[in-house]
Design a protein. Structure first.
Length: 276
């Protein structure tokens, strides 16, 4: 998987690539990152305000001025066998999301906000685009087990048990089971298993939840406990845990101090816990 974009100008005309030049220096398409401009906080603030007004030039300056930040985050993943070119470009996507979503009204440094965004983008990429790696020795054992299964089936006229395959290979049955399971392709929960032309049944529909009833009762108890709270406590919990707002944002919206929000939130949660 390769990405060839970072910003409108930088990406349409430049192919990104990372390669070592010499000690502690990295080259990105002929640009020595050790010589890239590092923006000061005042410069970042000014550029971010221009970005909010739709200034694309300011956006590109912010991207260029934070490439070393992306590089520093990407270097945390060195040694994992991943293509560093791809990771760098995924990190740049996280940087752009941070630029586009940063709230200039909050008292937070841009780098403090951007680093988690870049890390999140990298972790999503690693999670979604990297299948589980199976060792060569386990793959070899799995193929030997399948070969032994075919031979025993032909000899005995019936499918052998795991114990019979393990005895044939002289390997513990637990290792045989693990090896055979390791080479099975993963199945999506949304893969259809049956359709009659109307409603489709998916894999996830056939998976039972042993804790479903318990979870339902817990959810009901929590709802009842919340009903016993005051309107302000309810609103604080709603803003914090449903809207995902920080205590500072909640305080600004309600018109009280952050310390009061923290105290009311803690008291409400303790009250709910006592009733569960």
């Amino acid at each position: 998987m390769r990405f060839y974009f970072v910003s409108h100008t930088l990406i349409e005309n430049i192919r990104w690539g990372m390669k070592p030049m010499y000690a502690n220096k990295v080259e990105i398409t002929g640009v020595n990152t050790s010589k890239l401009k590092v923006l000061k906080e005042k410069e970042k603030e000014a550029l971010l305000k221009r970005v909010k007004q739709g200034d694309q030039q300011a956006r590109e300056e912010l991207i260029s001025g934070n490439l070393r930040l992306v590089l520093s985050v990407v270097q945390r993943f060195v040694g994992r066998g991943e293509n560093m070119d791809d990771l760098f470009q995924v990190g740049c996507i996280g940087l752009m999301k941070a630029i586009d979503n940063f709230n200039t009204e909050i008292n937070v440094r841009f780098s403090t906000y951007a680093v988690p965004m870049i890390l999140g983008e990298l972790r999503r990429y690693l999670r979604d685009n990297n299948p589980v790696r199976v060792s060569r020795s386990m793959r070899d054992l799995a193929y030997k087990a399948m070969q032994a299964k075919e031979e025993l089936t032909g000899k005995n006229g019936k499918e052998p048990t795991i114990e019979e395959i393990a005895r044939r290979l002289g390997t513990p049955k637990e290792e045989v089971v693990l090896a055979l399971e390791a080479i099975v392709d993963p199945v999506s929960l949304y893969e259809p298993v049956y359709s009659d032309g109307g409603d489709t049944i998916y894999v996830m529909d056939q998976i039972g939840d042993k804790n479903a009833e318990l979870n339902w009762l817990e959810e009901l108890a929590i709802k009842e406990a919340i009903q016993g709270l005051g309107e302000r406590e309810k609103r604080i919990l709603s803003l914090r845990f449903l809207s995902g707002k920080t205590q500072m944002e909640v305080a600004r919206e309600i018109g009280i101090s952050q310390a009061q929000v923290s105290r009311l939130e803690k008291g409400a949660l303790n009250q709910i816990k006592k009733q569960l």
